[in-house]
Design a protein around this ligand. Sequence first.
Ligand SMILES: CC(C)(COP(=O)(O)OP(=O)(O)OC[C@H]1O[C@@H](n2cnc3c(N)ncnc32)[C@H](O)[C@@H]1OP(=O)(O)O)[C@@H](O)C(=O)NCCC(=O)NCCS
Length: 237
Amino acid sequence: MILKDIWLDVSAVKERDPAARSKLEVLLLYQGVHALIWHRFAHWFYQHRMFFIARFISQLARFFTLIEIHPGAQMGHGILIDHGCGVVIGETTVVGDNCTIYQGVTLGGVGLNKGKRHPTLGNNVTVGAGAKILGSFEVGDNCTIAANAVLLKPLESNVTAVGIPARAVKIDGVPLPKKESNLVTMDHYCKMEERVRDMEETLLKLQKELSSYREKEGAIQTEASPEERSEEEGNRE
Ligand SMILES: CC(C)(COP(=O)(O)OP(=O)(O)OC[C@H]1O[C@@H](n2cnc3c(N)ncnc32)[C@H](O)[C@@H]1OP(=O)(O)O)[C@@H](O)C(=O)NCCC(=O)NCCS
């Protein structure tokens, strides 16, 4: 069983990592695969209540791979831990089949309560570099959590979530309509600056037109004969 799991992990890396050249190379040189191999043994000891040995193996694996998977975590088949450095996976985490986990990911808990406190990932979930999924909730199949996102709530299947806190931006690959934000962003500021510039230009044009109109009016008045001027003044009165 453990050997089959290891073989599926190696195959997953060969299939999904474009940089992988051969299964032998993957087996010998990929630290994500090594971490999972160590974990398969540690998890066996954990299941048989030999917690010290289980923890010892997991710490050894952490020392060599920089990937920390608690021996209690339930890892599915065909998982790709790419690069892997800085990955932390908590005790009550469940990771489904064919998931991809990049470097710097934390599948962690919030608070100090015992019991189920870590996330459960469905199948084919991708967790981008540096993303954190914190708390005991489910992430549906085929979800993608963007690099550096912090996910604190459950996700339905086929959702792409980005940002801090992570929010859904796509469902089934279709972008969701954007909400109008009250925050003034750089984009808003640039548009405002453009409008102010337009208004200044229009104002300048109007000022020029007004002064040339006044000049013309003054010139007409000086050109007019004294009789015409007195007639005009009489009309005004
Ligand atoms: C989320 C991700 C998968 C992109 O998915 P996608 O379906 O191609 O989505 P898009 O690129 O169309 O992005 C959708 C929106 O999310 C935003 N977005 C994408 N990735 C983001 C991220 N990491 N953080 C914040 N916002 C992000 C985009 O800017 C876009 O917003 P907009 O519509 O306002 O422009 C990708 O950005 C990602 O983070 N992948 C992880 C890859 C990784 O960790 N690689 C490590 C290799 S070593």
